[in-house]
Design a protein around this ligand. Structure first.
Ligand SMILES: [Zn+2]
Ligand SMILES: [Zn+2]
Length: 159
């Protein structure tokens, strides 16, 4: 986006943990899996994807909770803000909570976004009364390609 803030900066609610990405995110993702619903305490989790080499924590560091055999979730141990989802395989990119960005409006998770593709994922575990009518593509858990990639890379069985 022409007027987007790059480097892309962000952090948690209390300011103990800060991060910076040298490059713009490459895509957006609303995750409707139960794990994200619980971790974010919300209907779904909006993420933007950054290459692993572009993003670094510049102040403090997240604490990590292992939420599956192939991934961990980073949050601030002081204020509890969710910030990052990371698959274990080192080639895998970082998924950052849109809400943790200093300028979340720079990266709209909409069907008219020009900065990158955006989809809804795991819509088969979407909370039933939430209506998705934003025109974005909707994927089920069975087509969760990133998790499958990570499982392949790590030689783990789905689960
Ligand atoms: Zn904090
Ligand atoms: Zn999820």
């Amino acid at each position: 986006m022409a007027n987007a803030h790059v480097p892309v900066t962000g952090g948690c609610l209390c300011g103990a943990v800060r991060f910076e990405a040298k490059a713009a995110p490459t895509e957006g993702f609303y995750c409707h899996c139960r794990s994200c619903q619980k971790f974010f305490g919300n209907l779904s989790a909006p993420f933007v994807r950054f290459t692993r080499s572009s993003l670094a924590f510049t102040k403090g560091a997240p604490s990590y909770y292992r939420s599956s055999a192939v991934a961990t979730r980073g949050f601030c141990s002081a204020c509890g803000s969710p910030m990052i989802f990371v698959y274990d395989n080192p080639e895998s990119d970082f998924w950052i909570s849109v809400s943790a960005l200093d300028h979340p409006a720079d990266w709209p998770l909409t069907s008219s976004a020009t900065w990158g593709p955006v989809v809804h994922g795991h819509v088969d575990s979407k909370i039933a009364w939430q209506e998705i009518d934003d025109g974005l593509p909707q994927r089920t858990g069975q087509t969760a390609i990133y998790r499958q990639e990570a499982e392949r890379a790590l030689g783990k069985k789905p689960g």
